[in-house]
Ligand binder design. Sequence first.
Ligand SMILES: C[C@](O)(CO)[C@H](O)COP(=O)(O)OP(=O)(O)OC[C@H]1O[C@@H](n2ccc(N)nc2=O)[C@H](O)[C@@H]1O
Ligand SMILES: Nc1ncnc2c1ncn2[C@@H]1O[C@H](COP(=O)(O)OP(=O)(O)OP(=O)(O)O)[C@@H](O)[C@H]1O
Length: 309
Amino acid sequence: MTAVSVRVPAKVNLQLGVGPIRDDGYHDLVSVFHAVSLFDEVTAAPAGRLEVTVESAPYSRVAVDGVPTGADNLAARAALLVAARLGVEPAVALRIRKAIPVAGGMAGGSADAAAALVACARLWDDRDDPALTRDDLLDLASDLGSDVPFALLGGTAIGVGRGERLTPALARGVFHWVFATADGGLSTPAVYAECDRIRAADSRPGTRPQVSEDLMAALATGDAKNLGAALVNDLQPAALKLRPSLRRTLAAGRDLGAIGALVSGSGPTCAFLASNDEHAAELAADLDGAGVAETIVRASGPVPGATVV
Ligand SMILES: C[C@](O)(CO)[C@H](O)COP(=O)(O)OP(=O)(O)OC[C@H]1O[C@@H](n2ccc(N)nc2=O)[C@H](O)[C@@H]1O
Ligand SMILES: Nc1ncnc2c1ncn2[C@@H]1O[C@H](COP(=O)(O)OP(=O)(O)OP(=O)(O)O)[C@@H](O)[C@H]1O
């Protein structure tokens, strides 16, 4: 069997509604996920034992030094789960080429896990009579992390529960984005904990979130301006508290004409919506010049989830 490569997209949450903390430590969410054209690639090749290498993708400047290469890499954990389910040895070399910022709020580790699930299933499962269905892969994905199922699905989708229970959303057209990455990541649990602290200090435990009607209407009609106005992230105040410099980044994007601006997921990457491709190119150049970010990258969405290439 030869090597299998899988390309997998980053995500931005168009809406991230966060409910009160649950007994299991997670928060009930309403998450409108949107997959964008910033891709990691995971190649799975037969090997003597499980090995992981991580590098920056060609033409990308992602700092990969903090990413684990042992069994705690999410892609390695995905390979181990698939091997256990199929009753085979996890004898695979996983080569991860990253363009998704690490600990950036764009679900890079989750994307690699989803890619490894697909790559290992293709490598080890019977093509004519597969033991693992798409639903089995989605179940394994949700065991790996709340964002992993969406990285399999891609497109635009509403996630509830921890964010792992997905329904595709009706979305028309293509949206053009500019992402401003930051130097150094933010820890997802730390951002959720800060969100709880802010709410406790305000005596507001958080209410059960609802899907934004305005957002769904903007998606269904492909109206970028209305989408920009409807973007919302309940984790943003916490991310700004932990990384105050992001206020300047968001303000710069708005001042330079972005039609929507928000922190992506748990941050610290900031996402800016442009009216069209040309506007995105201008906004990216202007944001680059403003010096308010580590790197500026353009992407469009929605794009498909983890795909064999
Ligand atoms: C911020 C988002 O990226 C938005 O899509 C996700 O909610 C985070 O998803 P993820 O990184 O896949 O998160 P997981 O690996 O499942 O959980 C990491 C930690 O994030 C917090 N967490 C995550 C999801 C959730 N619904 N509530 C939480 O409180 C918990 O502290 C948890 O221990
Ligand atoms: N394949 C991987 N790629 C990146 N990080 C990984 C990977 N496997 C494990 N990790 C660990 O996970 C941590 C979070 O990284 P990740 O890039 O997934 O963050 P994130 O994009 O903020 O996540 P999310 O948006 O899902 O909350 C990293 O600090 C790293 O130690």
